[in-house]
Design a protein around this ligand. Sequence first.
Ligand code: CAA
Length: 255
Amino acid sequence: MEVLLESGGDRVALVRINRPEARNALNSAMRGQLARIFADLAGNDEIRCVVLTGTEKVFAAGADIKAMADAQPVDMMLRASERDWALIKDFPKPLIAAVNGFALGGGCELAMHADMIIAGEGAKFAQPEIKVGIIPGAGGTQRLLRAVGKFKAMKILLTGEMVSAQEAEAMGLVTEVVPDTEVLDRALELARSIALLPPIAARKIKELVLQGGDLPLDAALVMERHAFQLMFGTEDQKEGMHAFLDKRVPNFKGL
Ligand code: CAA
């Protein structure tokens, strides 16, 4: 298996892409492994937050070019990789990408499926598809546009050039930049702190930010209001507010 599921401790799962000899390039089998892992984690009540990482030098160098160099459009259609990506896109729990080294093409797109990106100082991001005669195929044009705006997105997409972690942070593609050796620890620390918080609220926040962002503001605000009201039907709302009033640490059960 090239995609490994490990414990991140304290209700956190760690998903690791491990095919360093091919710079963690994602082939169909790996996309399937990722999809199955995310489907399982979505249904696992013990897990409240997930960290996705690669190896020391590479997060992922994109789709496997060897597996598609001679493909025809119908081959690509029948591969239906969007079905695998959908399991990550629709993953309902907070997902943090811990990026060391290269996040290129489908690797950058994978990182952009996360809700936060913690990058090492030496990390590099790019959508280099144009250099091999194609365009991003896993949401790169759209997620990058939404993350960094038209003028930065256009440069990255049209040139295929790499962007440093610091530049990526300045344009809003990266949440935090930390020393390379601290990336995974920082991502896990963040994940464990989120895992202590009420998971239904976390799930609703994720849903609202992702879905609401593409709706007209008034419609998104109605969605938010309904979700806000729903929170008052959760045990965790009662626990959170009474713990505050009682001056004690809350114990959120996910109910
Ligand atoms: N697909 C297949 N194999 C890849 C690969 C990829 N995306 N990236 C690297 N590899 C392989 C290389 O072919 C090489 O294999 P061999 O040992 O068999 O020759 C091995 O990994 C090591 O690669 P390099 O010698 O190039 O390693 P490096 O450390 O010098 O460079 C790199 C690393 C900068 C990541 C460079 O490999 C690179 O630029 N890779 C391609 C990046 C790219 O173009 N990604 C976009 C793919 S298209 C896509 O992702 C479509 C989409 O939207 C879903």
